[in-house]
Design a binder for this molecule. Structure first.
Ligand code: V47
Ligand code: SF4
Length: 371
């Protein structure tokens, strides 16, 4: 058995070294016979070939204008019914004021805005939010609305996704975030998020956005009921769409936090090895997606730092105020200031590169004195 495993690992190594694509079976092999240092080193080599010693971060601000949501995903600690304790809703001027106040503190270049599917305040409300934010902060990139939200807006107003996207682009939308992908397998979606967009619908929205010139990111939520074959299938479906459009800038494996969700008593937090395994697998399989993000909010600052040597090249950002994971029990801070992100990256042996939302460098450590 050991002999066989070694042979399989050697085959994977030589394929990666020759620049050949890994397939489904190799993904299963990596997941089921995971050798952290061996595959980690391989993923690190791929990462360094792509990005050298650079690790990216963005100075951003997360804005969740409402947690009122008509869907009831089992893994979600954030959503509330209208009128329920803890439900909140920001009118556009309030959301804009909130963002402007934060901007005075940290001069972010990106707002990452996602929210619940409000039963009545959907498309027009969201367009007002984008217009208001753009008017107040014209230089800030708006990365907003998951494929799930965009499809919901289209269905709620009887329009096509393309028409909804067109209106958002005109209002000033810059790109799409990658949320809502969860796990594409129908078995999983039926069990944990039966109401929301199907896998094909999620992929169709990103395909449409890419065709209209928008870039987007992609995610996968792991650590709940998914099976190894469903993880590999998910990653390969992202790779297929990327072959077609080239519109994904990054892939982000999201570690499930079960507190305050329907899984509170049946699932535990993911472990460090599982988290690194997902990053390694993603880096090795997604040969056409430039960046793999270690989202520190979900991984914790320390593991996200280690992850920079296990396939990841990006931290996401300063974030400032995070609700989705913290309502599900995350113990990470609400914000990591840019100076601390630079220090974490330097201590990981990497060169910090502050980037914009589309991964253009804004500054690199070479231009800055060490902190
Ligand atoms: O779609 C929800 C996930 C996503 C929980 O695009 C949970 O760059 C863990 O997509 N435990 C929203 N995860 C966050 C997201 C994201 C984050 C950072 C960067 C980017 C990007 C995207 O969070 C949801 C869902 O998949 N989620 N509940 C939970 N309890
Ligand atoms: Fe609603 Fe999104 Fe939470 Fe699902 S994950 S219940 S769609 S807010």
């Amino acid at each position: 058995m050991e002999m066989l495993n070694r042979t399989a690992a050697e085959r994977i190594e030589s394929k990666v070294e020759r620049g050949e694509r890994l397939g489904f079976e190799e993904g299963m092999e990596i997941l089921t016979n995971f050798d952290l240092l061996r595959y980690g080193k391989l993923a690190n080599r791929v990462r360094e070939n792509l990005h050298g010693d650079r690790s990216y971060f963005v100075v951003n601000f997360h804005l969740n204008p409402t947690n009122i949501c008509v869907y009831k995903c089992m893994f979600c600690a954030f959503r509330r019914d209208e009128g329920e304790d803890g439900a909140y809703f920001m009118e556009p001027p309030h959301a804009v004021e909130h963002a402007v106040r934060a901007y005075r503190r940290s001069a972010f270049t990106e707002i990452h805005m996602v929210g619940g599917m409000h039963p009545t305040r959907h498309l027009d409300y969201s367009l007002d939010l984008v217009r208001g934010l753009k008017a107040a902060l014209p230089d800030v990139h708006l990365k907003a609305f998951t494929a799930v939200e965009l499809l919901f807006f289209a269905q709620a107003t009887g329009q096509t996704v393309e028409s909804v996207l067109e209106q958002f682009i005109e209002a000033g939308l810059g790109s799409l975030p990658g949320g809502g992908a969860e796990i594409f397998a129908p078995r999983v979606r039926r069990a944990i998020c039966r109401e929301k967009a199907t896998a094909d619908e999620w992929l169709d929205v990103h395909r449409a956005a890419h065709r209209m010139g928008l870039k987007s990111t992609s995610t996968m939520l792991y650590g709940h009921i998914e099976r190894p074959e469903e993880v590999v299938d998910h990653i390969l479906r992202i790779r297929d769409l990327q072959d077609e459009t080239g519109g994904f800038t990054a892939f982000i494996p999201l570690a499930f936090h079960p507190e305050n969700t329907d899984f509170e008593t049946t699932r535990q937090n993911t472990t460090g090895i599982r988290d690194l395994k997902m990053l390694v697998l993603s880096r090795l399989h997604l040969d056409n997606v430039p960046h793999i993000k270690a989202y520190w909010v979900m991984l914790g600052e320390k593991l996200a730092q280690v992850a920079q040597s296990f396939g990841a090249d990006d931290f996401d950002g300063t974030v400032v105020e995070e609700k989705i994971t913290h309502m599900a029990g995350a113990s990470s801070p609400q914000e990591i200031p840019a100076d601390r992100l630079r220090r974490i990256i330097r201590e990981a042996g990497r060169t910090p590169v502050r980037r914009d939302s589309l991964y253009n460098p804004i500054e690199s450590a070479a231009e800055l004195a060490p902190a």
